[in-house]
Ligand binder design. Structure first.
Ligand code: G6P
Length: 483
């Protein structure tokens, strides 16, 4: 089968929309998923459809935009039910195994109205595809926001080849049991309308298959394809002058000390608190490290409208303050915790770490675990949860951490800090190798192979633009140095 048209569907658009008076244009990339997939948006064989979620995007949904990104207009109240209530506060937690069985959100009448909104938005996406996709197009639907689009697409446009890809973990049958059974069945039945369902690693693929078997007695075709970073564009941005300026500022901050780094979105699955507790225990148990290590934690704010995220952030900040209070001195701040969205600052920290802590409770993949080893110039050691999808390709070079085991994480930190240069170098080389095994190209090719399609769209990942920093983000790190 020859090349054809591709349609990508995701909640968030790959680029922001900038208003310039009455004119609208596409701006820089936003969000991790969108950045990783952005090379696709640059192909003229691809149309991208996203939900309008800002004033500018709502205008773009009505006016249209030059280029191949289109927006679905979604009423604000509908969007809240679909995005805040169902996607973020329910499905996200259930798939990460983090639904709180004692005081988790009740699935009451209000919640069921949100489920109706979720279904309605999925219907809007499917309608937008049905109206515009050329015959025989391949439709690539992204993530837990759009599980129900499968059934609508199958009914409206049987000529399309439709694929779903989960960038998160997938819940096991026991974890899915907490949802009302009719809802679980609707979700899985709709997902089985896709020709293909993809996952970053076999752990999530198996959980999905088991859940399908258990609730609906059948499972669609599935496949595994991690979506790794693009080393060429990563290196290009890391060698920018902005990034180097951060590198110098970081060097001053660290002085001759050892450097632990973490870079994550500020969200509960990332497990910041247990990571800081492990560091606290290390300082408690091994006096020789006091004053000799800096833990730079760069946190990207996320979903600030969600009460769970707001209280998580407050708790993380409280623990940072407590550890700094306990061990800090006039000359030494043990944890330098920075909240902000600065890709350049993050890349500078990844180039320089001695130890990179990636200890999520659960993660679909975890790009930082792959970007770190690609960029690091210091034979830094990667500490990684086995429950991150990236473990499948990065595990060889990494030291494993159990996300709930604070003492074990402390011991892994100590081991990494004491590791011989030779072992560090060997592990770093293995991790680099692991990080190079997948890319947006291999990810897309895996879809096409499964569908029996010979050629996909032309993409040039090395030309990907990444967002650059706001000047204010630069000042944050300088302020941290002064502290
Ligand atoms: C994380 C997840 C993705 C998801 C994205 C949505 O990056 O790994 O699977 O699509 O969050 O984030 P947003 O900020 O758009 O809710």
């Amino acid at each position: 089968v020859a090349a054809r048209h591709f349609v990508v569907l995701s909640n968030r658009s790959p680029c922001s929309v900038v208003e310039e008076g009455s004119r609208l244009r596409l701006g820089s990339a936003v969000g991790g998923l969108a950045s990783a997939l952005r090379p696709l948006a640059q192909s003229d064989q691809v149309t991208w459809i996203a939900a309008a979620n800002s004033r500018a995007e709502r205008r773009a949904a009505i006016q249209g935009l030059d280029g191949n990104v289109h927006f679905v207009a979604v009423d604000e109240q509908l969007y809240r039910g679909y995005y805040d209530e169902i996607s973020n506060s329910t499905l996200w937690f259930v798939h990460h195994g983090m639904y709180d069985r004692v005081s988790g959100r009740p699935f009451d009448a209000g919640w069921l109205r949100s489920w109706d909104s979720y279904r309605a938005v999925n219907r809007l996406f499917a309608k937008a595809v049905a109206r515009s996709a050329p015959a025989g197009s391949v439709v690539l639907v992204q993530d837990y926001h759009l599980c129900l689009a499968g059934a609508f697409l199958r009914a409206d446009r049987p000529d399309l080849r439709i694929c779903h890809f989960s960038h998160t973990p997938f819940a096991s049958p026991a974890e899915l049991e907490v949802l009302p059974t009719s809802v679980t069945r609707e979700m899985l039945e709709s997902m089985s309308c896709y020709d293909l369902c993809g996952f970053h690693c076999s752990q999530w693929e198996e959980a999905f298959r088991a859940s399908c078997e258990s609730f609906i007695g059948q499972s669609p075709k599935t496949f595994v394809a991690p979506l790794g970073p693009d080393p060429v564009s990563l290196e290009a941005q890391a060698s920018s002058s902005a990034c180097q300026a951060y590198g110098q500022a970081l060097e001053q901050l660290v002085g001759g000390k050892r450097l632990i780094v973490r870079v994550d979105r500020l969200e509960p699955a990332k497990n910041h608190i247990r990571g800081f507790r492990a560091f606290d225990e290390l300082l408690q148990g091994e006096e020789r490290w006091r004053g000799q290590i800096v833990f730079v934690a760069l946190a990207v704010p996320s979903r600030q409208s969600s009460p769970e995220y707001v209280s998580y952030r407050a708790e993380v900040e409280r623990v940072v303050a407590e550890v700094n209070e306990r061990w800090g001195t006039a000359e030494w701040t043990p944890i330098v915790f920075n909240v902000g969205d600065s890709p350049d600052r993050s890349l500078a920290a990844l180039q320089r770490y001695d130890v990179l802590m990636v200890n999520p409770i659960r993660d679909g993949l975890n790009l930082v675990a792959m970007e770190g080893p690609l960029l690091n110039r210091n034979h830094g050691v990667l500490l990684l949860s086995r429950t991150a999808g990236a473990w499948a390709t990065m595990g060889n070079g990494a030291l494993a951490v159990h996300p709930f085991d604070v003492f074990g994480t402390r011991m892994a930190l100590a081991r990494a800090l004491d590791m011989s240069r030779r072992e560090r170098a060997a592990r770093a080389a293995m991790a680099r190798h692991g990080a190079r095994l997948s890319s947006v190209r291999s990810w897309l090719d895996a879809h096409l192979r499964q569908l029996g399609i010979a050629h996909g769209p032309q993409i040039r990942p090395s030309e990907v633009e990444r967002p650059t920093d706001e000047p204010s983000a630069h000042l944050d790190l300088e302020a941290a140095i002064r502290r």
